[in-house]
Ligand binder design. Sequence first.
Ligand code: LLP
Length: 429
Amino acid sequence: MHHFSYRDGALFAEDVDLRRIADEVGTPVYVYSSATIERHYRLYAEAMTRAAGDGKAHVFYAMKANGNLGVLKTLASLGAGADTVSEGEVRKALAAGFPPERLVFSGVGKSESELRFAVEAGIYQVNIETESELDLLSRVASQLGKRQEAVFRVNPDIGAGGHAKITTGSSENKFGVSFEEVGRLYARAANLPGVRMMGLALHIGSQIRETESFEAAYAKMATLVGELRGEGHRVERLDLGGGLGIPYDIPKEFDHGPGLIEAYADMVARVTKGLEVELGFEPGRLIVGNAGILMTRVLHLNPRPSKQFLVVDAAMNDLVRPAMYEAYHEIWPVAEPKPGTPDIAYDVVGPICESGDTFTTGRVLPALKPGDLIAFMTAGAYGASMASTYNQRLLVPEVLVKGAEFAVTRPRQTFEQLLGTDRAPPWLA
Ligand code: LLP
């Protein structure tokens, strides 16, 4: 469920008329609903706590999905931890108020300086993905006089996901140490002064809308836990990753409901029963996906004999998912269409100079005209966080709504900021 709905003829985010935000902040603009973020976080955290039974469940929000300060502060205040993948994310999580002891550092290629920063900050756990990272982490931590708690991210050779580019768990993917290597690496780690191995992690992919592939991967991990313990290793934590998907093709009255989350929690409870590990989770999309929209204004209509282009002021640099993954986003007009408005099939495109800058083709929408506002729904995850300044376009602003209030939590970039970071080479200055 989300908190975007029609009221008095217009689309509202909670109790805020989106036309007000368009007037005051301009377009394109991302708008997030606090109530939706809270609802999804609570549903998820409560279900995973139940799944953990007598053990502990830790939820580390995968902030790559949406690193907006307002979103992060909302989640930090609810008690969430954060899953980070770069020094920038660690810094931003700390700035947003996540305590270091609720931070996990994942990622396939962490550098020495990134590891140093994270260890010095006192984070909870590093998810190690290669043997050389194990050595590097131990060296960095011992130089700081510390022993960093860590887990091995294992590649379970079971991948899943809504698109090949977001599948991570197959042995063909770059992620994690191979299943066969974990025992040897665990044994090596025992002799290293700067790390303390606490367990295992995995993450098999994103936008996964069933529980079978998770179950197959988790069952493999459960067996591995037993094997490692048999070899005398300490395995106290199992970080099960993120990846649970959300519905993108939402009919207007759709209630997202807890169905898939509950089924996933039941499966986790079944597969991890008796393992006596603390469970970790790294959800991203599930927490913020339905909590955000990208609002854009129609600039022009470009009719052709065979089709009708709708040119809007948002582009692939603002929301790259359709261009990159052929992703589907519902489009809702901000002004509720009057009865009798004809339906027209549009190719909805942005102003960027390549044909890939297409949000959708042949989408049937109530007739629109220049100046009208539309919303790309379910754009809260991997929307603004993947935005760029391609075509020297300004980074898109972000707004957080709470009840009848809204705040610009990231103003639109200015042209001074955009141009001000460049430096001319001395021979051309
Ligand atoms: N943990 C790790 C180690 C990850 O790599 C990811 C996402 C997550 C957690 C969170 O996964 P989620 O719960 O959000 O599925 N840009 C793509 C999605 C890329 C996901 C990358 N890793 C998209 O727009 O669909």
